[in-house]
Write a protein that binds this ligand. Sequence first.
Ligand code: NAG
Ligand code: NAG
Ligand code: NAG
Length: 439
Amino acid sequence: MGLDKWVNFFMILSFFAATTPIFSDSSSFTSKFLDLAKEPHVFDWMVDIRRKIHENPEMGFEEFKTSELIRSELRKLEIPYKYPVAITGVIGYIGTGKPPFVALRADMDALLMQELGDWEHKSKVPGKMHACGHDAHVAMLLGAAKILKEHEKYIPGTVVLVFQPAEEGGGGAKKIVDVGALQNISAIFGLHVAPHIPLGEVASRSGPMGAGSSLFEARISGKGGHAAIPHHAIDPILAASNVIVSLQHLVSREADPLDSQVVTVGKIQGGGAFNVIPDSVTIGGTIRAFSKESMMQLRQRIEQVIIGQAAVQRCNATVSFLDKEKPYIPPTINNDDLHEYFQSVATSVLGVDKVKGTQPMMGSEDFSFYQEVIPGYFFLLGMVNASVEHLESAHSPYFKINEDALPYGAALHASLSARYLLKLNRDVPVVEGKYNDEL
Ligand SMILES: *[C@@H]1O[C@H](CO)[C@@H](O)[C@H](O)[C@H]1NC(C)=O
Ligand SMILES: *[C@@H]1O[C@H](CO)[C@@H](O)[C@H](O)[C@H]1NC(C)=O
Ligand SMILES: *[C@@H]1O[C@H](CO)[C@@H](O)[C@H](O)[C@H]1NC(C)=O
């Protein structure tokens, strides 16, 4: 550095030292977040909220009581919110109410399954269960809200809390995007509890993290008749069989072997008698891929193969991707810059050996709808305490949350959002100390 640059440097330093103490050590107020999240007034409160939600699971777009609970807690914390957003969704705001904006997301819905584990706070609703940890996701985002609210005066911008309905196949995130709730937001962070990762650790990756997913259903029509007189019938069962075999060639012969894809036919319905050729057969399945292009290519070829292969057997076929009932979910693609940012924040919150990489997952996550419109980052939060117990995988009727993970999620949410706003203020020089007045 030349002399003039040194002078400038010191002028800048002294300017910040005089006016903006937190910029000289921007993480100082966030460094206490994990300890704070473990204190009873945050931890016990989160546990209590999580158990209440667990006892009263609600399906996608029906999360009325869950949403009411969230709003009542936000009101107690004096956090303003918008409601309803996408039917049951709630969006809260902490900070100046002005730009820059950064968002944190929690999903709220449960699954249509019976809880089989037995414990004090098991689901009180027969056939419904929080088996994917969304009860914990809501509790952790509220925990982050409580911590951030206690430090609101240090937040140079606005943290937007997105409590989203219907993650489990309902496309709740798409509805949130469609109503414009993400306008002007610079980045969004989301997490998922992981029953295979140790407590106190996180795992994620840059780029593809979760697969895109789409359903398809096809009706293959022939002409029914007597099983012993096949030449008077047009057999849709034979056509469906050939269709299913041909669909398996899409991945094995047409996809790049290094670009992972799946085509699974999981459903087949047709015929009810041993000696009757039915009129029609319905098949259905799902496709998975890690890029929008691969997803679109698969969808196009699935339709061509079903119709073409059915025609070989003189049958007609119609194909639907059920986009209204079960919307297509894009692949979850983590933003590269946010990956670096996440690693540095997570390392400072958890420690350098606690921030791990992970393979992409074939499961899908509707957080991807946010990532289609703004930079987004999704990560897995460890829950396993090997000295206590093994945890069942998500969507198991025995799925359990290790509530000791709640403070980690809350502290990460709070740190990721607060430090991101500080970073934006640092990266884009602040005009006239606009956000510094109160510091
Ligand atoms: C986004 O910013 C624009 C320009 O400042 C403003 O007109 C608009 O209302 C903002 N949208 C939301 C949802 O806050
Ligand atoms: C297929 O569709 C064509 C045109 O509508 C029709 O003529 C034919 O009978 C159909 N075949 C079967 C097996 O349904
Ligand atoms: C794991 O559980 C044991 C027993 O409850 C506890 O002492 C320990 O602190 C837990 N580990 C972590 C990382 O919280």
